[in-house]
Design a protein around this ligand. Sequence first.
Ligand SMILES: [Zn+2]
Length: 135
Amino acid sequence: MDVFTPSDRSFLMAKVRAKNTKPELLVRSTLHGMGFRFRLHRKDLPGKPDIVLPKYQAVIFVHGCFWHGHNCRKGSRPTSNTDFWNEKLEKNIARDNANLIALQAKGWRCLTVWECQTKDAAALSAMLHRFLTEH
Ligand SMILES: [Zn+2]
């Protein structure tokens, strides 16, 4: 059974296309350029954080605004099939929150970088620098 209406489908396809790894690559190259060393996708940590900086006891998630429910224009939800989307996206948000709580309980500092926050290179490096140098 196909749960998607045609408008859902085109919406979804557009989002899938937009969901490449570019924001994460931007964050990585910014960190690298600032001289921070990191590891990727550590499976032994809750939520498999995208970027792990052991020296700083810090993890960074790079989240797509749509799939992780950012409160911004890119995070707006489809206007059809709303129950389906609300349930799916609320689950993602709940999972993200649970991961952050579990990581913090283990003593990790956490930062979520949203896709829309990777557009401005200067603001992105300022945010990353602040997160990693402020204790
Ligand atoms: Zn956003």
